[in-house]
Design a protein around this ligand. Structure first.
Ligand code: GDP
Length: 363
């Protein structure tokens, strides 16, 4: 499998984009994530989805399946090797986490309740996204609550809308127009995604229902498009440039001390010598194991982590190593290459660390 992954990697020049979800409480963030994550056990595709560390990874094939109802019509060729969806909704600190000065989050989904429009935390999220210059799409959620809604489970919301009765469609149009106006009042142009001719300056609204699953193909398709067509520079895969950020230090029975990380870019290998930022200064250690949780289907059964000889960004990964107890969340991990000077790398890591602290003070 690793050989296949390597082959796929060298053929593609893009890494998987990192997607996070934000929005006001009760807009349906958790439910939407659940629905997006849902494995289609019937078709036995569970292998394509892996529950990661605080994130879910969709392999390319799974992503293609999920957008299939629309992709052909849209003439979309999926060029991403996958998509890493961060599943800590409302985790503002995640959006705040930065790697080498840029946000870990490549693109955000801002969830707005179609019935409620903009709410206080929606506005907070908007401000945060703008200040970090993070591109985002709006999921206009709970469309199934429009009166008389006829659902097509897991279908395209654009197509579903076409099939609604006049009055239902009218209710949707009225409510969507209100959200558009509220965004306009905040200085943002917004348009339903299929009418959006200028995604660079206009926010796309994607109607969704986390209950019926409608709009999830539209959402994933649109994000795939935006990232692979417009963020290519940002998500260019760099095999030799490790970008990896510490999320959390955890003791795990049988594994000892571990750190949960997000590899944004580059590769990490078993036995790599790394520098980790700790409260006691930089620590040089070797990676004893690179782990991901098992595919989600097996999660209910208490099963072992999967060991990797080598893993590529973007990915959520658990690392086992000695001397990492006091690692600091939000700091980078760097690999010491065979031509590298250990002290230089240490210095570089600590410089990044100081920047992280400075940035925290700034925001
Ligand atoms: P969060 O606080 O943003 O994570 O919101 P939740 O995912 O917990 O959802 C809040 C409530 O809204 C729950 O009762 C959900 O069942 C409900 N809900 C979420 N999405 C939808 C939707 O698309 N349609 C309807 N009718 N209800 C929804």
């Amino acid at each position: 499998r690793e050989a296949a992954a390597r082959a796929a990697r060298s053929a593609a020049s893009l890494r998987s984009p990192i997607v996070c979800i934000m929005g006001h409480v009760d807009t349906g963030k958790t439910k939407l994530l659940d629905k997006i994550r849902q494995t289609n056990v019937q078709e036995g595709e569970a292998g394509g989805i892996t529950q990661q560390i605080g994130a879910t990874f969709f392999a390319k094939e799974t992503l293609k399946d999920k957008v299939a109802v629309l992709a052909q019509e849209a003439g979309l060729e999926v060029r991403l090797p996958g998509m890493l969806v961060i599943d800590t909704p409302g985790h503002e600190s995640f959006t705040n986490l930065r790697s080498r000065g840029s946000s870990l989050c490549d693109i955000a989904i801002l969830v707005i309740d179609l019935m409620h429009g903009l709410e206080p935390q929606t506005i907070e999220s908007l401000n945060l996204l703008r200040s970090k210059r993070t591109p985002f799409v709006v999921a206009l959620n709970k469309i199934d609550r429009c009166y008389g809604w006829k659902a097509t489970a897991d279908g395209s919301s654009r197509l579903s809308l076409q099939g609604q009765d006049g009055a239902t469609r009218e209710e949707f149009e009225t409510r969507a127009a209100r959200v558009r106006m509220e965004l306009n009042e905040r200085g943002l142009n917004a348009e339903l995604y299929w009418k959006n001719e200028d995604p660079a300056s206009t926010v796309s609204l994607v109607p969704t229902s986390a209950i019926t699953g409608e709009g999830i193909p539209d959402l994933l398709l649109w994000i795939t498009r935006l990232t692979q067509e417009r963020l290519t520079e940002q998500i260019m895969f760099m095999p030799d440039l490790l970008e990896c950020t510490v999320l959390e230090v955890k003791a795990v029975e049988g594994l000892g001390m571990t750190i949960d990380t997000i590899i944004v870019n580059g590769a990490l290998r078993e036995n790599d010598r790394i520098v980790v930022c700790t409260l006691d200064g930089p620590v040089v250690t070797s990676i004893r194991a690179v782990l991901t949780p098992p595919p989600s289907r097996e999660l209910r059964i208490k099963s072992e982590y999967i060991h990797h000889k080598e893993i590529y960004g973007a990915m959520g990964v658990k690392i086992c190593a000695q001397g990492i107890e006091r690692a600091i969340a939000g700091t980078p991990i760097m690999v010491i290459g065979k031509d590298d000077n250990e002290d230089d790398i240490k210095e570089e890591v600590m410089k990044d660390f100081t920047n992280v602290m400075k940035m925290d003070l700034d925001t």
